[in-house]
Ligand binder design. Structure first.
Ligand code: AMP
Ligand code: MN
Ligand code: MN
Length: 317
């Protein structure tokens, strides 16, 4: 029996299922939870997605009625972690995972810690949503327009709109099949990349104003504090995309972005060609993908900047 068969067996056994994703959820985390939630509903399961905060840009996606700030029970029959590399990243929701009778991890991070009873992790997939699509096909579960919209949101977010290296022939084939069930790709595209609120604009402006070019213009660095967020009345997720601003400048190999969060300083790293930023984040207890990775650290912006920069310099050589 394959892992996928075993996962289905656990799903079939369960009545009450909770879906969880990584803290500060992005489009792949949210899209994957919503798609899985709607698919499980169609299998007549009681499903809850526990996700206390998520960016407003995703509030119109199908299935958001399944999202709860807190779970309605302490002990679910089954917990499924989606798009999440470690149990720690489930943050305040770890207990729903650990207390569940059965635990499943479905993901695409190469640094996944395999923290479930069953782990279905496909490193080659550019988004967790793509892993789910493959899974739904294997189970012969119908991918409706709504489920497809959520999956496409995850794929578009994590591939940067089909531009990052994990984007494969299969990704385009899935996109074509989702188009044929009525998924509106241009609309999702606009939602993910082109809708900018006033506060996210102001926040980006602050970050760009203080963006520094380092190491012969091969590295950019910028940051955002809680104070900045207060100043511009920032909403959840307004910092999304700032890290790409540096990465998109010609000649830049690594973009470093530090962003103050409730439990510390979130470092986001992006690279263009040859630096493996996932390896750098792993050194500090984080992880991710070779060209997009992150880690939460404690300390002052300047100190963290120096620590990260030291490793980035080494990797540039
Ligand atoms: P971010 O910079 O938050 O957009 O993260 C980039 C990628 O790295 C995403 O795929 C994250 O899931 C992953 N990532 C971020 N922070 C961590 C962490 N502390 N541990 C493991 N993976 C992480
Ligand atoms: Mn994610
Ligand atoms: Mn992802």
């Amino acid at each position: 029996m394959s892992t996928l068969d075993n996962v289905l067996k656990e799903i079939n056994k369960a009545d009450n299922i909770v879906l969880l994703a990584h803290e500060n959820p992005d489009g792949d985390a949210i899209g994957s939870c919503l798609a899985m939630g709607l698919a499980l509903k169609k299998q007549n399961k009681n499903v809850e997605i526990v996700m206390p905060k998520y960016p407003r840009a995703f509030s119109n996606l199908p299935g958001t009625e399944l999202i709860k700030k807190e779970g309605s029970t302490k002990k679910y029959d089954l917990a499924i972690a989606l798009d999440c590399a470690t149990v720690k990243l489930l943050n305040g929701w770890t207990n729903y995972f650990e207390d569940a009778k059965s635990k499943i991890v479905i993901d695409h991070h190469s640094t996944n810690a395999m923290f479930g009873d069953l782990n279905y992790v496909d490193y080659s997939a550019p988004a967790c949503a793509q892993v789910l699509y493959t899974m739904f096909m294997y189970y012969k579960w119908e991918v409706t327009q709504d489920i497809g919209t959520d999956l496409m949101t995850g794929i578009i977010t994590d591939t940067g709109g089909f531009q990052y290296s994990g984007t494969s022939k299969e990704t385009f084939e899935i996109a074509a099949r989702l188009l044929s069930v009525g998924v509106n790709i241009p609309k999702i595209y606009k939602q993910v990349f082109s809708t900018c609120t006033r506060s996210s604009y102001e926040l980006k402006k602050l970050a760009l104003d203080r963006l520094e070019f380092l190491e012969d213009n091969k590295v950019t660095f910028t940051y955002i504090t809680k104070k900045d967020e207060e100043k511009v009345n920032a909403e959840t997720g307004d910092y999304e995309g700032i890290v790409n601003e540096g990465k998109n400048i010609e000649g830049v190999e690594v973009s470093i972005f530090i962003h103050e969060i409730d439990n510390g300083m979130k470092v986001s790293l992006r690279s263009n060609d040859y630096v493996n930023v996932s390896n750098i984040c792993l050194m500090f207890g984080g992880g991710g993908h070779p060209k997009a990775a992150g880690v939460t650290m404690q300390g002052k912006v300047e100190d963290i900047k120096e620590m990260i920069l030291r490793e980035v310099k080494r990797a540039l050589k």
